[in-house]
Ligand binder design. Structure first.
Ligand SMILES: *Cc1c(COP(=O)(O)O)cnc(C)c1O
Length: 428
């Protein structure tokens, strides 16, 4: 990354926007209004904005449904029966996989449960699960109930990784040391790829290698990593992963999830799974016979037939990602988040009101910065919101701001800087 001399001036921000090869992508999205003005939207980590193209993608499927009825399943190139195939090249590019290692299906937490069926099979000797402390609640409930489902006690199974005393982040060396300490009792490392609260991007390659070295599986929840951080799931030998499409992937509230299963497991019908007809050998699906034969690759984990309307909205966004390219998005993201970090440090300086807890090293974070609020609490957040800044507040004391490279501009970040400057006077 080239070194930039950031400046807290409107001219500088406009110059950066003028030089941004992705600047035109902002026009592809719809921005909400807050208090009668266009929001400074830094909440793509929670719900990405709506691409303008979504309506036409949905409309197309509504038309197919209207005009073809049931024949839509097998009609033409985009027949619903095969429609998931269309989403695979973009998904594979975004997560760094082969197309047969990914498939769009279900929702995130449900997919975690389905994947646990295959990748968490505790024995008397090997039953422990490592997760980061303070994981997203859904992941904690998922793990707790999975463990109980196996008749085990979560307190004896789930090992939570905590930062060192006085630190906010996990050190890779400590994660690896814990994996080694658990050794042969460890069945699974199941962590976030990018932690939702702190914004820390974990070294998934090193964690996976350490897990494999003790004979355990490594799987990641990529809710905050997908479409945000560079991912090479295949090359990193990650066993499995899942994500959602409504955060950085801009596919609409609660929309379809996706899974990755490494090609090592592509032809492993012996791996236990909870089957359904859509995971069954496509060629024989309509023979309606007994005997589950899983499809090759990630497809073999599908359960229900494809949610076509959901996937249509997702496809609108995937096509935008293909056009922008993860490499270009990442380059801009580092600059944009770097600018936000610079302004926060310049403006809040030694006020003691804010502290960025997200890693300083761009290689250890995505676009989100998490700010510990030491004074003023949620009132700081409310003040920003009243000025049009949409971020989010996470108890007990964190504000998350995520300038996303697809639709945020340097001018957005500059404008936030002005609001920050004003607000700090109130809370000084
Ligand atoms: C957003 C998020 C979820 C949400 O799960 P859903 O099943 O999509 O409701 C789960 N885990 C993490 C880490 C998240 O960030």
């Amino acid at each position: 990354m080239t070194q930039i001399n950031y400046q807290f001036t409107e001219d500088f921000a406009r110059q950066m926007d003028a030089e941004d090869p992705l600047r035109s992508f902002r026009d592809k999205f719809l921005f909400p209004q807050v208090n009668g003005q266009e929001a400074i939207y830094f909440c793509g980590n929670s719900l990405g904005l709506q691409p303008k193209s979504v309506r036409s993608y949905l409309h197309k499927e509504l038309e197919n449904w209207a005009n073809l009825g049931v024949d839509g399943h097998f009609h033409g190139e985009d027949a619903w029966y095969h429609i998931r195939q269309k989403s695979k090249p973009a998904l594979a590019d975004i997560v760094g996989a082969h197309t047969h290692e990914v498939v769009a299906m279900n929702n995130l937490s449900s997919n975690l449960h389905f994947l646990m069926v295959s990748f968490y099979r505790p024995t008397k000797e090997r039953f422990k699960i490592i997760v980061e402390a303070g994981a997203f609640p859904s992941d904690m409930y998922m793990l707790e109930t999975q463990v109980k489902f196996h008749g085990l006690n979560p307190d004896e199974v789930i090992v939570e990784l905590k930062p060192r005393e006085g630190e906010h982040l996990l050190r890779t060396e400590d994660i690896i040391a814990e994996i080694e300490r658990q050794g042969e009792s460890l069945a699974l490392v199941n962590m976030a790829g990018l932690q939702y609260y702190s914004g820390q991007l974990f070294d998934m390659q090193a964690i996976t290698a350490a897990a494999h070295a003790v004979g355990a599986y490594a799987g990641f929840d990529l809710a905050h990593a997908v479409g945000n951080a560079p991912l090479k799931l295949h090359e990193w030998e990650v066993d499995f992963a899942t994500w959602c499409s409504y955060k950085y992937m801009n596919s609409g509230p609660g929309n379809i999830s996706g899974i990755f299963v490494h090609e090592r497991f592509a032809d492993r019908p012996d791996l236990p799974r909870f089957g359904g007809w859509w995971g069954h050998d496509e060629a024989q699906r309509f023979l309606m016979e007994k005997g589950f034969v899983p499809m090759h690759g990630a497809d073999g984990w599908q359960v229900s037939n494809t949610n076509v309307l959901a996937l249509a909205a997702h496809q609108a966004s995937l096509d935008i990602f293909e056009e922008a390219g993860m490499d270009r998005l990442r380059s801009k993201s580092e600059l944009l988040t770097g600018y936000l970090e610079y302004l926060i440090e310049q403006i809040s300086g030694k006020s003691g009101i804010l502290e960025i807890i997200t890693p300083k090293n761009p290689q250890e974070r995505g676009c989100q910065l998490s700010l510990h609020i030491h004074r003023g609490g949620k009132a700081v957040f409310d003040e920003w919101y009243s000025q049009g800044v949409v971020g989010d507040w996470r108890n007990p004391n964190v504000i998350r701001l995520a300038p996303t490279p697809l639709y945020n501009s340097f001018l957005d970040v500059f404008r936030f800087g002005l609001i920050l400057e004003q607000s700090l006077k109130k809370f000084a």
